[in-house]
Design a protein around this ligand. Structure first.
Ligand code: GRF
Length: 214
């Protein structure tokens, strides 16, 4: 995983794995920020960490080459970005083509970029949410894997809306990773198809929306 900050999504994924609900392993956590709390969370769980200092490289290519080498050295099959505050360049995209996911706190394609909870409130949106998508060369533009919706309430602040969305992020991201790990995701143009499992009653909708909490 790649994270620049507090790492609550990383934690949610680690917790799902520990609970036996996600058959995957976080083999390494990389960060471009030495003091990122995400690194501390990884260390607490015994997951190897790597800090790659972007300032140590003349350009993005060299920096991303180092990232890709570290990811490969740890046998990474899927790169999950969670609060990674840099745009992926061609070097990283080529090294893990079709194998990079990101989580974004809005219902894409609405409100890409930064401060999106504030944007949703100022725009007067009645609903917002979060989106897991494959990463392409744009900013929050890649094919959508899964989304969850939350209401925007009359008295919401940026913080209260962010907290409501974050609770959904922690459900949706492990779910999307599960779909990837089970080989259920197939890219058709910019649409992501999730294959239907053999289990009776399980439909495509159930697959792309994580099950609601009981
Ligand atoms: C999340 O809101 C995520 O959607 C966005 O950055 C935030 C990261 O939070 N890309 P955390 O570091 O996982 O707690």
């Amino acid at each position: 995983m790649l994270a620049s900050g507090r790492g609550s999504n990383l934690q949610a994924i680690l917790d799902e794995i520990a609970a036996g609900r996600l058959a995957a392993a976080v083999t390494v956590v990389l960060s471009d920020v030495a003091g990122a709390f995400a690194l501390e969370r990884a260390r607490r769980t015994g997951v190897p960490t790597v800090f790659v200092d972007p300032k140590g490289y003349a350009g993005k290519q060299g920096y991303e080459q180092s990232l890709a080498e570290a990811l490969r050295a740890h046998g990474v099959e899927l790169v999950a970005l969670a609060g990674y505050m840099r745009v992926c360049g061609p070097t990283l995209l080529a090294a893990f083509a079709g194998r990079i996911l990101n989580i974004h706190p809005s219902l894409l394609p609405a409100f890409p970029g930064l401060h999106v909870q504030r944007q949703a409130i100022e725009h007067g949106a009645r609903f917002s949410g979060c989106t897991v998508h494959f990463v392409d060369a744009g900013v929050d533009t890649g094919p959508i894997v899964a989304q969850a919706v939350v209401p925007v309430l009359e008295d919401d602040t940026e913080e209260s809306l962010a907290a409501r969305i974050l609770r959904q992020e922690h459900r949706v991201y492990p779910h999307a990773i599960r779909l990837f790990a089970e080989g259920r995701l197939r890219l058709e143009g910019r649409r992501v198809r999730a294959s239907v499992p053999a289990a009776p009653g399980a439909g495509e909708l159930a697959l792309v929306q994580p099950p609601l909490p009981t």
